[in-house]
Write a protein that binds this ligand. Structure first.
Ligand code: PGA
Length: 255
């Protein structure tokens, strides 16, 4: 199977750090490492209020900004919502969509599909998160994953699927002590590519970068990358520690 050549490392800062001063410090430290590892595109996803200021810190094509979410409508009277057009206008090129934290707050597969549509309409690259809550012995999770993948891309053109990234994040591994077994990650990777090829083509499915997320740290990066057959990672906690994030960059770069 042909696999995509580009490698990605996404830092999802979630609701941290607590001030813009801290965010600037974290960005400077993250950027220093990102510049060293030339085979990896690092995508930093800070909270919305920090994005515009941090945009002036993007001085290398090896690092880019992403948002952690967007609203599922392009405009309208929605108190507290942030549209794709707004996040694009302050310098983001990527947007995480369908993270399990957002699904827990009410995002449905249909809303994920709408967000992906609006993101692509504005030319942003969606980083679409999919993943099961539990792995049941009957294998219902396989169908759950298939539906998540197919619905997420149901509102965009088939050829536009080349411009999305998928992140496989089993919900139970997010924030956990240890990551998923690399062989199980590989099984999910095969399944996601199969789902993508059913609704697009094998050729298109093989171009889509697939990342893994959930308790990724320097200690498990190499094995997950090699055995999991992923093109990089979506990292939560470890992205707030520049030393750990730098090591993950190094390992992704060299894998
Ligand atoms: P974690 O988070 O790396 O802290 O497990 C991953 C995520 O929420 O995407």
């Amino acid at each position: 199977m042909a696999t995509p050549k580009k490698k990605y490392l996404v830092g999802n800062w979630k609701m941290a750090p607590s001030s813009i001063a801290e965010a600037k410090k974290l960005m400077v430290a993250t950027r220093k490492k990102a510049r060293e590892y030339k085979k990896v595109t690092t995508i930093v996803c800070p909270p919305f209020p920090f994005i515009q200021v941090l945009n002036s810190y993007i001085t290398s094509p090896l690092i880019a900004l992403g948002a952690q979410d967007c609203f599922h409508e392009a405009d309208g009277a929605y108190t507290g919502a942030t549209s794709v057009g707004m996040i694009k206008s302050v310098g983001t090129r990527y947007v995480i969509i369908g993270h399990s934290n957002r699904r827990d707050l009410g995002d449905t597969n249909e809303m994920v599909a709408q967000k992906v549509f609006h993101a692509r309409s504005e030319g942003l690259i969606p980083i679409i998160c999919v993943g099961e809550k539990v792995r049941d012995p009957e294998g219902v999770y396989l169908q759950h994953l298939d539906v998540q993948v197919k619905t997420a891309i149901s509102k965009i053109q088939k050829t536009d699927v080349k411009k999305v990234i998928f992140a496989y994040e089993p919900v139970w591994a997010i924030g956990a002590k240890s990551a998923m077994e690399p062989n199980d990650v590989h099984e999910a990777v095969i399944l996601i590519r199969r789902s993508l090829s059913k609704v697009t083509s094998k050729e298109i499915a093989d171009t889509v970068p697939l990342l893994y997320g959930g308790a990724v740290g320097p200690e498990n990066t190499v094995e997950l990358m090699k055995k999991g057959q992923v093109q990089g990672f979506l990292v939560g906690r470890a992205s707030l520690d520049p030393h750990a994030f730098g090591l993950i960059s190094e390992y992704v770069n060299n894998s």
